[in-house]
Design a protein around this ligand. Sequence first.
Ligand SMILES: Cc1cc2nc3c(=O)[nH]c(=O)nc-3n(C[C@H](O)[C@H](O)[C@H](O)COP(=O)(O)OP(=O)(O)OC[C@H]3O[C@@H](n4cnc5c(N)ncnc54)[C@H](O)[C@@H]3O)c2cc1C
Length: 287
Amino acid sequence: MKPPPFEYFSPTSVDECLTLLAEHGEDAKLLAGGQSLVPLMNLRLAAPEVLIDLNGVDELARIDRDDGELVIGAMTRHRDVASSELVREACPLLAEAAALIGYPAIRNRGTMGGSLSHADPAAELPCVTTTLDAEMVVVGPGGRRSIPARDFFAGHFTTVLEPSELLLEVRFPAHGGGPGWSFHEFSRKSGDFALVAVAVQLPGDGASAGLAIGVGGVGDRPWRADAAEGLLAGGQRGDELLQQAADAVGAQAREHGEGHADNDYRGHVAATLARRAFATALERTGR
Ligand SMILES: Cc1cc2nc3c(=O)[nH]c(=O)nc-3n(C[C@H](O)[C@H](O)[C@H](O)COP(=O)(O)OP(=O)(O)OC[C@H]3O[C@@H](n4cnc5c(N)ncnc54)[C@H](O)[C@@H]3O)c2cc1C
């Protein structure tokens, strides 16, 4: 099926994009990798009158280190995030999650900015940005603003981005060789969206800096497993405590009334993934 007709623009700078967004308002959509937007248009679930193609805006595709942060431009492809030495070194959890997105064809085209703006609650990158307390840097007619990941997702396929704004880049704290990390997900078949995903940054025995546990696929947006984080904040890593923390992840997942499975099943899967993620992360701290 073909999409309905639209007017097409191919700007080469962010300023040009903002002018076009201001001119066309809610009739316009930004086109990044097209891996979510184009299928929606083909199915007539989206019918923008104007497409503003970001693929010619070179300044949006970058992976850099800046003042202790890892900076990923909105037009950076999933493939490049997954394979970047810099990302693997500064933020290995992000590289591990990006490698799990869809299939090679999807990762070759899909982008960081597209995935985050599309805000599928089951997608890997929203879960990782929430886990790592990333900052979304957004630009619009009023200039730039920075939005913490936990405030960026507003519900199913919804963010706090205004129609006149675009996501410029995402800033991740660079943890490097700090805590152990692990991203575990369960999907019906390899390459599918996660039914449940658990992202973990776990410092070793006696440490708590960088501790973070995030869950995706359960509820209308990713969330942090606060109760489990509280249990592990003291720095103890005994098997019994880790099991209690995994159960706490499962209990919190059961409270979320939405997703592709019933609450008990989802809670069980979340606890199992959390247990596995803790074990992998701890192993990576060298314990
Ligand atoms: C078969 C298939 C399997 C997939 N499996 C997975 C999976 O397992 N996990 C997963 O996470 N994803 C999966 N995806 C989706 C994929 O990751 C997409 O890359 C992603 O959802 C959208 O990124 P995109 O660059 O293609 O954005 P597009 O489809 O071009 O755009 C998506 C939305 O974001 C907006 N947008 C794009 N860039 C910006 C920006 N810079 N600022 C503001 N708004 C912007 C667009 O206007 C549009 O509304 C799958 C897709 C397909 C087709």
